[in-house]
Design a protein around this ligand. Structure first.
Ligand code: SAM
Length: 434
């Protein structure tokens, strides 16, 4: 019989993100402790493979790796590929980061590049500042993104080295700090300056110092981790990890290859997962083959209307069908049009992804999904129940469910709500077996 899973609260807790962890503060992750304890309690055999199809900042792949398990992490956002890759940098690399950063900065100082007029960095920075940032990025790319990762179609981000990824994360953090005044109170939204609004001007020394400080901090945190690992008498071997850039709705995973999937899929709460990482996507511009808007459209949970016509499918289950029927008939503006269509797009992509996830699991393999419900006006979008029904339609049976109540943004802005709905949201940990 499969071991009973230990399920802590999946609520993100910034206080738990210290040391090396503190450099990966990306929104929508569950805590590393939640992932680690759950994976440990699964009592998986050596060589077991863990999958996170919506890997985000790579909490699952990081926790699996530290426990000596093999891991596959998938995400469609190139920024998240870089972040998850950097998080896996072996502590033995701690001493290499600072000399590399120093060389990169000295090259960037001596010859800032001529900026292309459509460089995305110009969306936030004045030309001279943008050119220096691009210079640092170009030097990371030139010195660390090897020819193995390049192809005629562009760069294979999933093959990028951990060191290059880490220096990119240090540059992301420097840029994020410089554009802090454009960050809204909603952590998933970074706006661009309006046409008549001043863009950011920063002297080379300010940008260089910020990048250098981040690298120094990362190097020190990684060295501490190396010391802590040394003290562990029974340290497990480090697992093998693959971080792949792919769309879960079309991903090609080998059938029956995964022992356990642990993930939190994109929620149906109209979060644009690319909007949260706009500045990082601007930094990565020269490495990307898809523009930010097209990428946003591919995301599950996109706010953009799909191009194709989508029909409700029987495998989405009766809870989903009833919710969509009420949504389509809702009297408020755009409910039966824009909102209905974006919800159809969400459930279509989600179902196709779960179908692929189910076939990738070994018989008896488990899938743990952390999902949150939401409301459209007063209509309950019961995502935990809907995903349970979709899973069941694709050969997954629900073995365990644990609910956690969350205070949400709508609690904080409750005075503004004109529809009746319960306060907060429910985050559910759904445990399926194939
Ligand atoms: C809730 S977050 C996952 C957070 C993750 N558990 C962590 O610890 O950071 C959902 C992720 O799904 C990704 N995503 C959205 N649509 C996708 C798709 N079609 N294929 C693959 N990934 C997608 C987003 O980029 C985002 O990183």
């Amino acid at each position: 019989m499969a071991a009973r899973l230990r399920i802590n609260s999946p609520k993100r807790n910034k206080r738990l993100q210290t040391g090396w962890e503190g450099f990966f503060p990306y929104y929508a992750g569950f805590p590393e402790l939640f992932a680690r304890e759950l994976l440990q309690s699964a009592k998986l055999p050596r060589g077991a493979v863990i999958l996170d199809p919506w890997n985000g900042s790579g909490t699952t792949t990081y926790a699996a790796n530290a426990l000596g398990l093999n891991a596959v992490g998938i995400d469609l956002n190139p920024v998240m590929i870089i972040v998850a890759r950097a998080r896996l940098l072996p502590p033995s690399e701690a001493d290499h980061l600072r000399p590399l950063a120093a060389t990169i900065l000295s090259h960037a100082h001596s010859a800032p590049p001529t900026l292309s007029p459509d460089d995305a960095l110009l969306g936030w920075f004045e030309p001279e500042t943008a050119a220096f940032i691009r210079g640092i990025e170009q030097n990371i790319r030139r010195s660390l993104v090897g020819s193995m990762t390049k192809s005629p179609e562009g760069v294979h981000l999933d093959k990028i080295s951990g060191t290059a990824a880490t220096l990119y994360v240090a540059l992301f953090a420097a840029c994020r700090k410089l554009v802090a005044r454009f960050q809204s109170s909603n952590p998933t939204w970074l706006r661009a300056p309006k046409k008549d609004e001043a863009r950011v001007v920063a002297a080379q020394i300010v940008v260089a110092r910020s990048f250098g400080d981040n690298v120094r901090g990362m190097s020190a945190a990684l060295a501490l981790k190396r010391e802590a690992d040394r003290l562990l008498t029974n340290a497990p071997r480090i697992g093998d990890s693959k971080i792949l850039l792919s769309d879960t709705a079309t991903m090609a995973l080998e059938n029956e290859s995964i022992d356990l999937a642990l993930t939190s899929p994109p929620y149906c709460t109209r979060i644009d997962y690319t909007a949260a990482t706009r500045i990082e996507l601007a930094v990565l511009g020269p490495l990307l083959s898809t523009g930010a808007r097209a990428l946003g459209k591919q995301m599950i949970g996109t706010t953009q209307v799909p191009d194709n016509t989508i029909d409700v499918d029987a495998t989405w289950g009766k809870t989903c069908a009833a919710f969509l029927k009420q949504l389509k008939a809702h009297p408020s503006k755009a409910s039966g049009g824009y909102y209905y269509r974006t919800h159809l797009d969400y459930y279509d992509k989600m179902t196709r992804s779960i179908e692929r996830l189910a076939s990738a699991l070994k018989p008896g393999g488990r899938a743990i999904l952390v999902v949150q419900d939401s409301y459209y006006k007063e209509l309950h979008n019961d995502l935990p129940k809907i995903i349970s029904e979709i899973g069941q339609a694709h050969g997954l049976s629900l073995k365990q469910r644990k609910d956690f109540h969350l205070r949400s943004m709508s609690d904080i802005h409750r005075g503004r709500l004109s529809y009746e709905r319960p306060s907060g949201a429910t985050e559910s940990v759904l445990c399926f077996a194939r």
